[in-house]
Design a protein around this ligand. Structure first.
Ligand code: GDP
Length: 466
């Protein structure tokens, strides 16, 4: 990658400048086009030829500045930017967004909120906005599916602003109506929003980019706005140590043939190398281990062949990487990963312990058992239950196990002999235990639905007892 400045000292910098790649997450209501948008960005980047292309990481895709400027044509002048490019988190949705935490809150530096122009604000749009507000994440709005407005004529290759101005009157008015409604909804949420070409400062104003993830119109515009926003944000907000000890967040803990339990990690700061000592948040205690291998997906690898990954010696932020190391079975999704340089293992372990302790869940002696797939979602569940005044006896990351059934059984009141599982599986032994005891399990992947299901169950029990 670095083809410049090989005489630089060990304080290495990226070739394109001194800022690290911004991490971008894509959020929005189901079916509004998040996956299509990510696919389109990846696809278009590949089509743009050899010059920059993209690199596939574990859990993320990096689009270099050179490729972005080719895609965006006159819209992006690469000499205006110190950024190496953009790193898109591949798993769309706000569930993964809130899972991906870093020290400061959200792992992603900036976000794209996808809204279907014809469908407008929907429940998950609101949820996503609340999360963005809470984490203070700057974002832009992709007003998607403009191609579905009747009469819309594709104007390939030119900025969406001109396309909009050239549409037939009928289409423009329909589209404009929807777009202005969207801008109105954003201002109801307390944001000053406008069409991106009218926005000067993307940090205090929300830029709306009309686009079609399907046809690709407006994607160059979106990339341009993202570059502008991140450049500003990274310069003002980030003190990034690109050469220091690596810091990241676990996306997933996965068994890989030949390696045992491995970690899919997004590294948001510093460098990790083979052989490094790392501290990882574990279920009971921080895990101290040594990096045996750093793995990246092999381009065009056949799924299921053993050669899906290639080994790399080091990885720099921001990047997604698979870390193979001993003793990772108890590592948790959403937990921090920190590289230890020098001999301060104890200090780093203490930092990881403190980070884990920050995820506060108030438990009582009588309450429900909560299981969730990641630390971030466990915390979100605990907040939702607190708001709904549902007490918690125990809250843990992981699938529903027989032990959870035993614990739920100890709850004093019948309404608390309950397990609420968020985005988790039920282990076979636990299924059996559930069949025989009087513990009820509710599982779902939408938090408010879980709370609703539980409330209905409580009402049902109360009616039965009357
Ligand atoms: P997600 O649930 O937000 O990830 O939504 P998807 O990306 O899966 O899109 C949902 C549906 O909308 C799919 O059938 C897509 O093909 C379609 N879709 C997404 N973006 C566009 C677009 O810009 N135009 C049109 N016409 N359809 C789209």
């Amino acid at each position: 990658m670095s083809d410049t400045n090989s005489d630089a000292d060990t304080e290495e910098t990226f070739d394109a400048g001194s800022l690290r790649t911004p991490i971008v997450a894509v959020l929005g209501h189901v079916d509004h086009g998040k996956t299509t948008l990510l696919d389109r960005i990846r696809g278009s980047a590949v089509q743009e030829g050899e010059a920059g292309a993209i690199t596939q990481h574990i859990g993320a895709t990096a689009v270099p500045l050179s490729t972005i400027s080719e895609m965006a044509g006159a819209l992006v002048d690469p000499t205006d930017f110190d950024l190496p490019g953009l790193l898109f988190i591949d798993t769309p949705g706000h569930h993964s967004f809130s899972t991906l935490r870093s020290r400061g809150g959200a792992l992603a530096d900036i976000a794209v909120l996808v809204v279907d122009v014809n469908d407008g604000f929907q429940p998950q749009t609101e949820e996503a906005i609340n999360i963005l507000k809470r984490t203070g994440t700057p974002f832009v709005v992709a007003a998607n599916k403009v191609d579905t407005t009747p009469g819309w004529n594709p104007q390939n290759g030119q900025p969406i602003q001109q396309s909009l101005e050239q549409q037939s009157e009928r289409a423009t008015s329909r589209l404009n109506e929807n777009l202005y409604e969207l801008i109105g909804d954003l201002s109801d949420e307390g944001f000053s929003a406008d069409f991106y070409w009218r926005v000067q400062d993307f940090q205090s104003n929300i830029g709306v980019v009309p686009l079609s993830a399907m046809t690709g119109e407006g994607i160059p515009d979106l990339l341009t706005v993202l570059m502008g926003l991140s450049q500003r944000y990274m310069k003002e907000e980030m003190s990034v140590d690109v050469a220091g000890p690596g810091v990241g967040t676990v996306l997933e803990v996965k068994d890989e043939q030949g390696f045992g339990a491995t970690l899919d990690v997004v590294l948001y700061d510093g460098v990790v190398r083979e052989g490094d000592t790392v501290v990882v948040g574990g279920r009971d205690e921080p895990i101290v281990t040594e990096v045996r291998a750093l793995l990246q997906p092999r381009p065009n690898a056949e799924i299921r062949t053993e050669k899906r990954f290639e080994r790399v010696e080091e990885v720099r932020a921001a990047a997604g990487v698979k870390i193979a190391a001993p003793d990772l079975d108890d590592a948790m999704s959403g937990a921090p990963v920190r590289v230890v340089r020098g001999d301060d293992v104890d200090a780093v372990t203490e930092e990881v312990r403190k980070e884990l302790a920050k995820i506060e869940v108030d438990t009582t002696e009588d309450g429900v058992v909560v299981k969730a797939d990641t630390l971030g979602s466990l915390e979100a569940m605990a907040n939702a239950l607190d708001e709904a005044e549902i007490p918690i006896l125990r809250a843990e990351v992981g699938d529903v196990a027989p032990r959870d059934v035993t614990v739920a059984q100890t709850a004093k009141e019948d309404v608390h002999k309950v397990i609420l599982g968020f985005n988790v599986d039920v282990l076979p032994d636990a299924e059996e235990a559930l069949e025989h005891g009087d513990v009820r399990l509710f599982d779902d992947d939408v938090i408010y639905q879980l709370v609703e299901e539980y409330d209905e169950y409580v009402e049902e029990l109360e009616r039965a007892q009357q």
